[in-house]
Design a binder for this molecule. Structure first.
Ligand SMILES: Nc1nc2c(ncn2[C@@H]2O[C@H](COP(=O)(O)OP(=O)(O)OP(=O)(O)O)[C@@H](O)[C@H]2O)c(=O)[nH]1
Ligand SMILES: [Mg+2]
Length: 313
């Protein structure tokens, strides 16, 4: 019997906003580590998911969707994509196959995708193309798309996947295991993410803001955890979590909308977030939300630092 070679390394998931990077990270890890939403620019900072088995350890990095920055927050998001590209042993570029195949003809790789691919191929590591959302695409429509990308770039693999249904995920994991360098695991076998319960809590609240509000409000909103208390019983078991969180928005009018008539919107956001926080923590949770206004916080270095956006590059 030949001896098994252990492989380990970092796989960065990059792509335009909304292509399904965070949904894929969650599917790969089997956990809700990265928030997702139908709105673009959901992810703001790197999220790592560690998938370990007997023969390999893969650290997946979810990144913000690549866009031209409009403010300092955008600069920080862009910098984190560059960090993820630098850190990668393999780069997985995601494309939304539903958007791509909706076009009548395939005139060429779209310019913005091209810029991203140029960046990916600037590193001397294997680049894998993932055509995501194939649950919504006819099989025949995929062939010209695959041919287009295959003729323009030398990908290590082109794989159709559905981050939502899990279709193609086993094939993806097999392929990545072959591309990763030989090496011992970097993280303990039972470690699943670099996210703390505190940061996951803040993100779960922001996820509900993304679902319940519209237009510029979700993008101009940040969530911070002011206090996170966890009373325990005599055996040290956590009884509950008592969490105070602040939602920072950019205008008084936004604050009004976030609070809603008689507090109804804030109540709804709080209820939905609390359910998910309880699932994540595995204990009851008391959640209190406050709304504050800080004009133009997305351009204020002090605010951004306070929100944890200064250590991405
Ligand atoms: N039908 C279908 N929808 C998907 C699939 N993957 C993701 N989506 C949906 O696409 C939307 C965007 O998904 P996200 O995972 O938040 O996308 P993202 O690339 O992380 O977006 P940003 O963080 O904004 O860059 C959500 O509504 C997802 O449910 C898929 O395989 N099939
Ligand atoms: Mg995302």
């Amino acid at each position: 019997m030949s001896e098994q070679i252990y492989r380990s390394g970092f796989v960065s998931l990059i792509g335009r906003p909304n292509v399904g990077k965070s949904t894929l990270l969650n599917q790969l890890s089997g956990m809700h580590l990265a928030i997702t939403s139908p709105k673009p620019q959901t992810t703001r900072a790197l999220v790592r998911a560690i998938v370990t088995d007997d023969n390999s350890q893969i650290v997946f990095l979810d990144t913000p969707g690549m866009l031209r920055p409009k403010n300092r927050l955008g600069e920080s998001m862009k910098a984190s994509v560059h960090t993820a590209i630098r850190e990668a042993d393999v780069i997985a570029v995601l494309v939304d196959a539903t958007a791509a195949t909706a076009k009548q003809a395939y005139p060429g790789v779209p310019q913005k995708e091209g810029e991203l691919l140029k960046l990916a191929f600037s590193r001397q590591v294997p680049v894998v193309l993932l055509l995501n959302k194939v649950d919504r695409v006819r099989k025949e429509a995929l062939l010209p798309l695959i041919a287009l990308y295959a003729s323009a770039y030398s990908f290590a693999a082109i794989l159709p996947v559905s981050a939502r249904t899990g279709d193609g995920i086993d094939e993806l994991l097999d392929q990545l295991r072959q591309l990763l360098p030989q090496g011992a695991p970097v993280f303990p076998a039972d470690m699943v993410t670099d996210q703390t319960e505190r940061s996951l809590t803040a993100e779960l609240i922001r996820e509900q803001i993304l679902y319940h509000t519209e237009k510029e409000i979700p993008h101009g909103t940040a969530v911070t955890i002011e206090s996170f208390e966890e009373p325990v019983d005599e055996s040290g078991e956590r009884l509950r979590a008592v969490i105070h969180a602040v939602i920072t928005c950019e205008r008084d009018t936004h604050k009004g909308i976030l609070i809603g008539k008689g507090g109804s919107m804030l109540k709804q956001i709080g209820q939905d977030a609390r359910q998910r926080i309880e699932q994540m923590l595995g204990c009851p949770c008391y959640l209190e939300l406050f709304v504050k206004v800080r004009e133009d916080w997305r351009n204020r270095p002090g605010m951004l630092r306070g929100l944890g956006f200064d250590d991405q590059n």
